[in-house]
Design a protein around this ligand. Structure first.
Ligand SMILES: [Zn+2]
Length: 404
């Protein structure tokens, strides 16, 4: 085997370590020789790197369970795995009415899941920081340990977020624009914080734990209060140059159309988001409307014409949006991901068929569309998975710099 030559520069040492730890994480447990094959790093270098990673407690050796007939052939091969106890990581998702928290160990195993209701959906920066820290403290309390034992916090927010800078251009949870949210949250905790758009984190969760496992290129579309999208290209989340790519909900579907919560007009979200449907219902009904989406769905199910036509239009708008996504990206797979699948107006066979009609016609099958229903805790798990990756990168960077 040809060795992927690592020079002695700190940067390359760091990337070698990162490659090794990523390979171990992806495999679950793996022998040194298989790491060498997967990474094309020489067995000697893999041995040196893994010794160091064991030394600092990021990975550990295990003897895998071997079936009896294989065990006869000799000593079972020692494998390496991520050491779960190395770090405790929090993932937090801020929704319209609730903050969801999951605590995972460094290996990605669930420790605690917790949900804390929110009194209001849109609030000041300082109140949102306080609420996030309260939810985190409650989750830690449930697990019986102190917040100070957390090594990294991933936070998912709806809106336009530059993840690299932990900067929020706009979020429906915040009452002001252009917020250096990472810096604000850092005033409450010394722990490293990683903020991202919530749909990106769902894409991360789908990639690691859901329907996107072993798929290198796919698109996730989330429908909640608003409409979000996460794009995975070549196993990486695509974020755009300013961190505001993949804003499917704010693609324009109508010139000077309905007012969107982002402040612009004609966005897809302003036709298919929960708030848009309720607004439409209330306007059509002369202001005497439905309190929540559940009520509107019930009305449609019992044959109410006005309710039916609202859902019908939303479904057609959504199908048009999906067809545009396919025509731009031509992904292998589209995952419609969310907790609202009981409200199936956007996930129906009719919507998918309509989408297929609007996709450019070639003699090859259209992309597969999968529907995946999961709750807010799964979104939070995506936030935790993002934080695990970032904490891992920080640990490797510290290790490399201590060797310089
Ligand atoms: Zn908008």
């Amino acid at each position: 085997m040809k060795e992927n030559r690592l020079s002695h520069s700190g940067e390359q040492r760091e990337s070698g370590k990162q490659q090794v730890i990523d390979t171990i994480r992806a495999a679950g447990s793996i022998a040194r020789i298989d790491i060498s094959t997967a990474t094309r790093v020489s067995p000697a270098t893999v041995t040196a790197i893994t010794a160091e990673l064991i030394d600092v407690g990021l990975i550990e050796e295990i003897i895998p369970d071997v079936p009896r007939q294989d065990a006869k052939r000799g000593r079972p091969r020692v494998a390496l795995k991520i050491r779960g106890n190395a770090h405790r990581i929090a993932g937090i998702k801020v929704s319209h009415r609730v903050i969801s928290v999951v605590l995972l160990d460094f290996e990605g195993n669930d420790i605690v899941g917790h949900e804390m209701p929110l009194q209001q959906a849109c609030m000041s920066v300082s109140l949102l920081c306080t609420e996030i820290m309260n939810a985190l403290a409650q989750a830690c309390g449930k697990g019986g340990f102190d917040v100070s034992t957390i090594s990294g916090i991933g936070v998912g927010l709806a809106g336009l977020v530059d993840a690299k800078r932990n900067f929020v251009y706009w979020s429906s949870s915040l009452d002001e624009r252009n917020v250096d949210f990472g810096a604000h949250l850092a005033q409450h905790t010394p722990c490293p914080i990683f903020i991202d758009n919530d749909a990106n984190l769902v894409a991360k969760a789908e990639h690691l734990f859901g329907k996107g496992q072993n798929v290198s290129d796919f698109v996730v579309i989330t429908i909640e209060h608003g409409v979000g999208m996460g794009i995975v290209i070549n196993n990486e989340i695509y974020r755009g140059s300013r961190g505001c790519g993949a804003e499917f909900g704010h693609t324009k579907v109508q010139l000077e159309g309905a007012l969107c919560q982002c402040g612009q007009r004609g966005c897809l979200e302003a036709y298919v988001g929960d708030y848009a449907l309720l607004r439409e219902a209330n306007i059509t009904n002369g202001g005497v409307g439905h309190r929540d989406l559940g009520q509107l769905v019930e009305a449609a199910q019992s044959g109410d014409q006005m309710a039916c036509s609202i859902f019908d239009r939303a479904g057609r708008m959504f199908a048009m949006g999906l067809a545009n996504v396919v025509n731009v990206f031509d992904p292998k797979l589209i995952i419609l991901s969310g907790a609202r699948l009981s409200f199936d107006y956007l996930y129906s066979e009719q919507v998918i068929q309509e989408m297929q009609r609007w996709v450019v016609q070639v003699d090859a099958p259209s992309p597969e569309v999968l529907v995946h229903s999961w709750g807010d805790l799964m979104w939070a798990k995506g936030a935790a998975a993002y934080a695990i990756e970032e904490v891992s990168a920080l640990a490797i960077r510290e290790l490399a710099s201590s060797e310089k």
